[in-house]
Design a protein around this ligand. Structure first.
Ligand code: ADP
Ligand code: TRP
Length: 321
């Protein structure tokens, strides 16, 4: 078997991140932090899914900047390029080549069952072929480098199932070629709530940015919705427990239940103590253009030869010589 991980000392974990703007603390606790932990236990790969993002972003400068920003964000939270290969999807053109081959195996009714496509249709949107084909591009991302496990949020589980089905169908049709990957569902315990009490999400405008300035922290915390009349501020408390143990916070909240201002001011300080070092590290990395370029090109150079070799094997199997 060609491809990365073929020595199988450690399992290969592959994570894809769509470049869609600034990450928030929900993304951090729900996903990013766990990617950092994986680099100790797995042969770890993280890539920026810029072709996937192109489905929704039609501004060249925004997409290019957001793509680079993901690399900077992950370096800032502790992804170590010595332990994790960081790369950009479009640096591996074999992925889009493989997508075409998979397209010839996958049927239209099968793709019509994908949640993201169904949602778009239900909302009356005219889906592009790109949106329709999203799961197939994602299968190529996963299968080309022989990923064993794919760490994803529960919302992405169906996509990993598509990759599994496509691997099995290809293997059956053309002979054993791809590892059938397993999803590694990220801990659900941590749905982080936003300033309005709903799930924190870029789409709800209720986020606390992971690399927020102090002013942004103050603004976000002050906007956290609390009930009036001395009721326990659940939402504020839930966000606060991400940064301080519950046992320590509970008596403090009970003692200050009549002053949400005091509670919020304390949260601002605790958030800033957590965010400030990350913010500073990010700024240092972002200003080091050479370092960022080097990480991107080293990641590409590390993975591309494997992708090329694997693609050669695939072309031979299907008769594209
Ligand atoms: P958003 O909803 O802000 O657009 P994404 O859908 O891009 O976030 O999510 C990226 C990753 O972060 C996913 O793995 C997702 O499960 C995780 N995530 C996003 N929001 C939260 C949240 N509020 N709590 C926990 N995890 C989250
Ligand atoms: N679809 C994933 C998301 O929206 C991003 C992604 C693209 C991905 N390709 C991938 C994730 C391959 C894991 C593996 O979050």
């Amino acid at each position: 078997m060609f491809g990365i991980g073929s020595t199988k000392e450690k399992k290969v974990a592959l994570s894809g991140v769509k470049p869609t703007g600034r990450p928030h603390i929900g993304n951090y606790f729900g996903a990013m932090k766990q990617f950092v932990e994986l680099q100790e236990t797995h042969e770890n790969y993280i890539f920026v899914a810029n072709y996937h993002a192109l489905i929704g972003v039609q501004d060249a400068q925004t997409l290019a900047q957001d793509t680079r920003d993901v690399i900077i964000d992950y370096l800032a939270i502790g992804i170590d390029p010595e332990k994790t290969t960081l790369f950009i999807q479009s640096d591996i053109p074999e992925v889009t080549e493989l997508t075409w081959i998979f397209n010839t195996l996958v049927t239209v009714p099968y793709l019509q069952r994908a949640h993201a496509y169904k949602d778009a249709v239900a909302k009356g949107k005219e889906a592009t072929v790109g949106l329709f084909d999203y799961p197939v591009l994602m299968a190529a991302d996963i299968l080309l480098p022989n990923a064993d496990v794919v760490p994803v949020g529960a919302d992405q589980k169906q996509h990993v199932e598509y990759a599994r089905d496509i691997a099995q169908k290809f293997n059956l049709t053309f002979g054993e070629t791809f590892t059938v990957p397993e999803p590694l569902i990220l801990k659900e315990q941590g749905i982080v709530l936003g300033t309005d009490g709903q799930k924190m999400s870029k789409s709800y405008n209720n986020t606390i940015p992971l690399f927020a300035t102090r002013e942004e922290i103050i603004k976000a915390v002050m906007s956290i919705v609390t009930n009036s009349g001395g009721e326990f501020p659940q939402n504020l408390f839930a966000i606060h427990t991400l940064f301080k143990p519950e046992a320590e916070l509970k008596p403090f909240y009970e003692a200050n239940i009549s002053s949400f201002k005091t509670l919020k001011e304390t949260l601002i300080e605790d958030l800033d103590a957590f965010i400030a070092p990350l913010r500073e590290k990010r700024a240092t990395i972002a200003s080091d253009t050479k370092l960022v370029n080097r990480v991107i090109s080293e990641g590409r150079d590390k993975i591309r030869p494997h992708a090329q070799e694997k693609m050669k094997e695939i072309r031979e199997k299907v008769g594209i010589l």
